[in-house]
Ligand binder design. Structure first.
Ligand code: SF4
Length: 324
């Protein structure tokens, strides 16, 4: 299947300024050479601890923050080089849902105005058409048409995320980047929103990049899953393959912390030593070597390539790569 989106060697470095003159004294490598593709209609989960660069990757793809280097191809367009006018048109097909629906919805606007705004931006000038579309979208996401006249503070967290989803769907996008969309919600509400998103994917033939720190959430919804650590993608595979046969020691440690639904199965928890190093000063070689229980001499010297170890399963680790 043709990929809808291709990300090639994406980098996002944030400068660090210091001293009296505020000169650049370093940089935070938030995203450091990340490559992957997303096929039409699939849900690619991206998982990792806080600060691993997963959200920055999502925002860089949409150019909500400008990437430092790399390419992002969407339906034959190189997103990072198009003009702002072309980018505006592309955004019609590339939307984002944020973690905190309350912060992303203007508290002074009614739900109708919030959902209608992207319709107006992309040329739906008729107020009647916008009103009808808003009502249609409210029903699609499980809200009622009378909600249109209310304000964000009058809704629960789950309902607010439904409003965020309705706004993202307004212009019939092809790709939605979901940036921790259920992290701020109660567990009972999380599954409702996840089920809604899965249904919408099927109904509207959507493609998602689903970013989360919770492996159970990502497992619930994704077709493939990528694992990020300190700005780099360290493993990527089909969901079943990744959860049953994780290859990278970091993925294995993350998996060991997920409780098994069967209480009779006892899992040995892999406790990682130390904290995640600073992305302003990442370790040399494999960025995970300071915490890896399987680290070898080569690991601190040579950065492992992100390579296929089997069909559709990629790993960046000397235990599995050509440099073993
Ligand atoms: Fe561990 Fe070395 Fe593999 Fe990195 S390359 S994950 S340090 S074994």
């Amino acid at each position: 299947m043709q990929p809808l989106l291709e990300v090639k060697k994406l980098k996002k470095y944030f400068p660090i300024h210091g001293g009296v003159l505020g000169k650049k004294i370093g940089e935070v490598k938030a995203v450091d050479d990340v490559s992957f593709e997303v096929k039409k209609g699939e849900i690619l989960g991206i998982v990792g601890e806080s600060g691993c660069g997963k959200s920055t990757t999502g925002k860089s793809i949409l150019r909500l923050i400008e990437p430092t280097e790399g390419e992002v191809w969407f339906e034959g367009n190189e997103v990072t080089t198009v003009s702002s006018e072309e980018m505006r048109k592309l955004r019609r097909n590339m939307q984002i849902i944020f973690q905190d629906p309350y912060a992303s919805l203007n508290p002074r606007h009614t739900v109708e105005k919030i959902i209608a705004e992207p319709l107006l931006v992309h040329g739906m000038t008729s107020a009647k058409e916008r009103k009808e579309r808003v009502q249609e979208l409210l029903e699609v996401v499980g809200l009622s048409t009378y909600h249109a006249t209310r304000y964000p503070h009058q809704f629960s967290g789950g309902q607010r995320q439904r409003i965020g989803i309705a706004r993202a769907l307004a212009n019939n996008p092809k790709l939605i980047i979901c940036d921790e969309p259920v992290s701020a919600l109660d567990v009972s509400v999380q599954s409702q929103i996840l089920n809604l998103m899965a249904d919408l994917r099927d109904e509207f033939n959507l493609t998602y990049i689903f970013i989360a720190h919770d492996l159970s959430v990502v497992k619930h919804i994704s077709d493939r899953v990528g694992v990020m650590y300190l700005g780099r993608m360290v493993e990527l595979a089909d969901k079943e393959e990744l959860y049953e046969n994780p290859k990278h020691p970091y993925t294995q440690a993350l998996m060991s912390a997920v409780p098994d639904p069967d209480p009779d199965i006892e899992k040995e928890r892999i406790i990682l030593k130390g904290d995640v190093p600073s992305p302003a000063n990442p370790p040399t070689g494999c960025a995970f070597h300071t915490r890896c229980p399987a680290a070898m001499e080569i690991c601190s010297k040579v950065r492992p390539e992100f390579e296929p170890v089997s069909n559709h399963h990629f790993v960046a680790c000397h235990l599995h790569g050509a440099k073993q």
